[in-house]
Design a protein around this ligand. Structure first.
Ligand code: B4P
Length: 183
């Protein structure tokens, strides 16, 4: 299966992607993790990404697309994959369609819905470098202006499924499994 996990910053995409990856034995591709690892290795891409991530903006489509394109072509993605945090712009989604092979169509987009107030609480508790109030505000701004337009994009294809993310982690996963059972 090829799945996209979609939702606002901190809604639990990474958390649920790990469960799904184990459950279906498919690869977990998190653009956030890939970018954080580029930042730690101080590579050229990492240095560019760091400045943007520190402010809560979106890293350029060019950088993100080059990373994902290479990763998706790895053999371990032949059985399927979960894209966690990608695409985040309509351009990323259109480019994804172009570089996926004919037999690699996306089966479903799981949209995790959580209120902004609840997310802010969770992120402050987590305390990652980019979980500071001012940066969280900017991450929401980027989400609202650049990522939200993906909702109608995937709704039109009838592959978008809403998941209530305002529940305990196990309950969110139980609801995801119900949706995955349809396929
Ligand atoms: P990401 O790494 O994708 O981070 P995220 O959206 O904040 O987190 P996620 O939704 O995975 O939340 P998590 O499960 O951790 O992005 C970070 C940055 O990378 C972006 O701001 C951007 O700069 C850059 N980036 C990434 N992808 C990009 C792209 N495609 N294009 C451009 N830039 C890109 O959960 C958060 C917390 O909530 C955790 O502490 C977790 O334990 C807790 N939690 C989860 N589910 C819960 C539940 N049900 N109840 C209570 N707590 C819960």
């Amino acid at each position: 299966m090829r799945i996209i996990l979609f939702g606002p910053p901190g809604c639990g995409k990474g958390t649920q992607a790990s469960f799904i990856s184990q459950f279906l034995s498919i690869s977990h591709l998190s653009t956030g993790d890939m970018l954080r690892s580029a930042v730690s290795s101080k590579s050229e891409i990492g240095l560019k990404a760091k400045k943007i991530m520190e402010k809560g903006g979106l890293v350029s489509d060019e950088i993100v697309l080059s990373i994902v394109k290479e990763r998706v072509s790895n053999n371990d993605c032949n059985k399927g994959f979960i894209l966690d945090g990608f695409p985040r712009t309509v351009n990323q989604a259109e480019q994804l369609d172009m570089f996926l092979k004919e037999d690699q169509n996306i089966d479903c987009v799981l949209r995790i819905k959580v209120d902004e107030e609840e997310i802010i609480k969770r992120l402050i508790d987590r305390g990652r470098d980019d979980d500071k109030p001012e940066i969280i505000k900017n991450r929401f701004k980027s989400y609202n202006s650049e990522t939200q337009p993906l909702i109608p994009f995937y709704e039109q294809r009838e592959i978008l499924f809403n998941i209530n993310g305002m529940q305990e982690i196990e309950k969110v996963f139980a609801d995801i499994k119900k949706v995955l059972g349809v396929f």
